[in-house]
Design a protein around this ligand. Structure first.
Ligand code: CA2
Length: 149
């Protein structure tokens, strides 16, 4: 019996504020609630998730570097760093793990500076605009592609 699949879930800056500020943009669901949904979804697949949130770019880079030692894939909402961070793109590419990028909001329907992502080119897939469901859909896509090989 092979080990169960393991996914690192990465949340970038300010996502710890979800459900507490600007509910008109980001909704009322909190980050712990999203993490609980992801843990339940993973369990249905016989998989496991480990979640990590940081407001610091370097801490996110460190955690992603570490993931290449144990994770099978990465699900990431890098928040505003999506639109600025070459360092996150480089570390995601360096892990050689499949990456799914997700966003709560439809970034393409918002300000033009949110239309470009440094991460999308190194991602297997991208899901935007479905609120907290973006994470669940992204996890399903990642686990499905890992399961099918
Ligand atoms: O839609 C998304 O998931 C974003 O990644 C969210 C980022 C934004 O910079 C990206 O363009 C799109 C912002 C995360 C900030 O989250 C907050 C939550 C509650 C209150 C304030 C910020």
């Amino acid at each position: 019996m092979p080990d169960s699949l393991r996914v690192l879930v990465v949340h970038g800056p300010n996502l710890n504020l979800l459900g507490t500020r600007e509910p008109e943009i980001y909704g009322e669901t909190t980050l712990p609630e999203i993490d609980d949904r992801l843990a339940s979804e993973a369990k249905e697949w016989g998989a496991e998730v480990e979640t990590f949130q940081s407001n610091h770019e370097g801490a996110l880079v460190d955690r992603i570097q570490d993931a290449s030692g144990w994770a099978d894939g990465i699900l990431i909402n890098a928040g505003a760093l999506t639109h600025t961070s070459v360092a996150l793109r480089d570390v995601l590419a360096a892990t050689d793990l499949p990456v799914v990028e997700v966003h709560l909001s439809n970034v393409h329907a918002r300000e033009s500076f949110r239309h470009h992502s440094y991460l999308s080119a190194v991602a297997t897939g991208v899901i935007v605009g479905f609120g907290p469901d973006s994470y669940v859909l992204g996890l399903r896509g990642l686990l499905d592609s890992l399961t099918r090989g």
